[in-house]
Design a protein around this ligand. Structure first.
Ligand code: PAF
Length: 285
């Protein structure tokens, strides 16, 4: 595996590995089994696999959150090498942003709700860095975890806006044995918050099963009632505080009005667990 830190070295490494298709896994490091599942899939589906490890400052709207974000570069290198990565790009912020990025992306409705509404500027920063990385790596396919459901929708919108022709591959969320969605941020949870956190998935999973059973019996619970029930169940864990739980059209991310939205209904949640903000999502129908 070749490790490169500059644009010039990346271009050289790519020229030395001309195979196609080229798969790309962008990450912010602190890698876990969810990231590795993306690399493994990219390895199966592509001739050349490139990963990046870069904690992107422009997508953090809270400087303390950026400072606290976990960084484990040596362990990341070991995991990427074991998973069969060909090239890993680990640039500095100056390398990615020699000049401040002032671009504002028109990402339509998908960037304005949920994470977009509660973390202003976050998705514009994601679009800035992902477009720069796509320009440098020029992948045929890029792999993202479905745990960041809204991020995948935003990246698809960014690709449409900028005319990128690569394939965006969205991969299933990998969960801990107790249901908690794997996230680099989980390492920041203290023992009590870590013990409480599986309630997030539990509440969504229980509600999704109830909804499917009711629909099977010809009944349709009100969408707002289910939203309220899930939020209340998570909030009943003393250490968790729901920021939002929304049932949305899985394609447009606009509020679901019924259970037969075209494209399906996705439950999306953000929860404050002490100082750590956790997100998760689940297909309801
Ligand atoms: O999902 C992430 O880790 C980041 O948002 C991404 C896509 C690597 C951009 O910094």
């Amino acid at each position: 595996m070749e490790i490169v830190t500059t644009r010039a070295a990346l271009a050289e490494a790519l020229a030395a590995k001309p195979g196609s298709p080229r798969g790309f896994v962008p990450t912010m490091g602190a890698l876990h089994a969810g990231h590795i599942s993306l690399v493994e899939r990219a390895r199966r589906e592509n001739e050349v696999v490139v990963a990046s490890v870069f904690v992107n400052p422009t997508q953090f709207n809270d400087p303390d959150d950026l400072k606290r974000y976990p960084r484990t570069p040596q362990e990341d290198i070991r995991l990427l090498e074991d998973a069969g990565t060909d090239i890993v790009f680990m640039p500095t912020p100056q390398e990615i942003y020699p000049e401040p990025d002032t671009r504002v992306f028109a990402l339509a409705g998908v960037s304005e709700v949920m994470e977009g509404a509660t973390r202003p500027g976050h998705f514009n920063g994601v679009a800035q860095v992902v477009s720069r990385l796509f320009d440098l790596v020029r992948p045929d396919r890029a792999y993202f975890g479905e745990k960041d459901f809204q991020q995948v929708a935003v990246i698809r919108a960014m690709c449409r806006e900028c005319g990128y022709r690569l394939e965006i591959v969205s991969c299933p969320t990998v969960r801990e044995a107790d249901g908690l969605a794997m996230s680099s941020r989980n390492t920041l949870l203290g023992p009590a918050h870590r013990a409480a956190a599986p309630a997030i998935y539990r509440a969504m999973d229980r509600a999704a099963k109830q909804v499917r059973t009711s629909l099977g019996e010809g009944q349709a619970p009100a969408v707002e009632d289910v939203e309220r029930q899930v939020a209340e169940e998570i909030n009943s864990e003393q250490l968790l505080e729901v920021i939002y739980f929304r049932l949305v059209n899985a394609r447009t991310l606009s509020p679901a009005r019924s259970w037969d939205e075209e494209g399906g209904v996705q439950g999306c949640v953000a929860v404050q667990a002490g100082k750590v903000r956790l997100i998760d999502n689940l297909r309801f129908v």
